[in-house]
Design a protein around this ligand. Structure first.
Ligand code: F6P
Length: 412
């Protein structure tokens, strides 16, 4: 069959990625590109998110080009450009509409979180631009309405492309940190990305963290006292006298001097969607542990490592499965929608029939459900471990299991 007999021959679909990158964006781009090409679309890529539709536009042709979806990040680049926030005298929406017209783009697929897809949805509603969303975030806090069936309960969970790969990295980093922590008999406080939710930080327990602090549970003055008690208890109970504590960057912590419970800011600057940059809470906590408990404590920010590196197996399959659903949306011209998984399943069971679509944009954030976190022990529950067991392939953890008999001097 010649190209001109394909259903969407003569039409152009463009893809952009916005917001923080993840290890699974190239995989998402490649999966959508491949399927759209089969339908007959010419496929364009827009560079640097919405920024690539401003000015004269930055558009590339992806249609028959080689691509490597296993390489992490996004080859198209990303930005936090907001089409609806304009500097003086600059009308971004007009520029975007003009460029969509100039490049003859018929459909736009936006890979992003709530901000990018929210802006796309607004363009669809106010300007009639046909858009389809594609989820992504390592924070895993988009309300995708994915159900996790556990022990007779249906738990509202989330699986966003990018999270499974990031979870593996966080797990691995945590497990690596254990060796140096053990050598020095320290308390290591490891900070993990996650502005509003602890989904990602909680994965550190899979890598051997002893405790986890998440944004969902503000560390008030009372909770802090309780936390220090628990640190002391677990440290003393640990045969190797060491402890690894994972903390989300967005954890609110009681400041003894100001009397306020707040996040620690890395910068006072805000992006175009109004988000400030967090960072440094791990250092604050480590210092207080040293001061209050007299233990040798250190902090380590894992930061961008969680977003870095290659796309892992689960993400690869997930992006393909969701891209299959994009085909369905394109065929039905169901714009303003985003594909999601219905049910948390293991890698091998990821199939198109387990997907549906939801209204894209401003779908809101979903915190780590209470049923996944035990506030009394600052750790995750069996329900969360079960959830993670679906998303992550088993990993070989480093562990030193031996101990040695003590030698006493022969001449006393
Ligand atoms: O939204 C995803 C995220 O990775 C957050 O966890 C983090 O706070 C933020 O991005 C950092 O983004 P930036 O690349 O703008 O520093």
């Amino acid at each position: 069959m010649g190209l001109d007999h394909k259903l969407f021959h003569g039409k152009t679909l463009a893809i952009l990625s916005g917001g923080g990158d993840t290890p699974a964006i190239n995989s998402s781009i490649e999966s959508v590109r491949n399927r759209a090409s089969i339908l007959g679309y010419k496929v364009y890529g827009i560079r640097q998110g919405w920024k690539g539709l401003l000015g004269d536009g930055q558009v590339v042709d992806l249609t028959c080009q080689p691509y490597n979806g296993l390489y992490g990040g996004t080859a198209l680049g990303s930005s936090r450009t907001n089409p609806f926030s304009s500097k003086e005298g600059e009308n971004r929406v007009e520029q975007i509409l003009r460029n969509l017209e100039r490049y003859k783009i018929d459909v736009l697929v936006t890979i992003g979180g709530d901000d990018t897809n929210g802006a796309a949805k607004k363009l669809y509603e106010t300007e009639g631009i046909p858009v389809i969303g594609f989820p992504k975030t390592i924070d895993n806090d988009l309300r995708t309405r994915t159900m996790h069936h556990y022990n007779g309960q249906d738990i509202e969970a989330v699986i966003c492309p990018g999270f499974p790969s990031a979870a593996r990295t966080v797990t691995r980093l945590t497990n690596m940190l254990r060796t140096t922590t053990e050598s020095h008999k320290r308390v290591m406080v490891m900070e993990v990305m996650g502005r509003d939710a602890g989904w990602l930080t909680a994965t550190a327990m899979h890598g051997g963290a002893d405790m986890v602090l998440i944004p969902e549970c503000p560390m008030t003055a009372e909770r802090k006292e309780f936390f220090f008690e628990r640190v002391k208890e677990l440290y003393m109970r640990n045969r190797k006298r060491c402890l690894v504590i994972a903390v989300s960057e967005g954890t609110r912590w009681y400041d003894d001097e100001t009397g306020k419970v707040d996040v620690v800011y890395a910068s006072s600057e805000k992006d175009e969607y109004g988000h400030a940059r967090f960072g440094g809470v791990s250092g604050v906590i480590a210092n207080e542990i040293s001061r209050r408990l007299g233990l040798d404590a250190r902090s380590q920010i894992s930061g961008y490592y969680a977003r870095a590196g290659e796309c892992r197996e689960y993400d690869r399959r997930l992006t393909s499965t969701l891209a299959d659903k994009v085909v369905d949306l394109l065929l039905r011209q169901a714009y303003g929608q985003m594909p999601v998984l219905n049910r948390v399943v293991h890698y091998n069971e990821l199939e198109e029939f387990n997907t549906s679509s939801i209204d894209m944009g401003s779908i809101g954030n979903i915190p780590l459900p209470d049923v996944y976190y035990d506030k009394n022990t600052f750790s995750v529950t069996d329900a969360y471990r079960d959830f993670l067991g679906h998303v992550m392939e088993p990993m070989k953890m480093m562990q030193f299991d031996y101990d040695f008999p003590v030698v006493l001097p022969e001449n006393k």
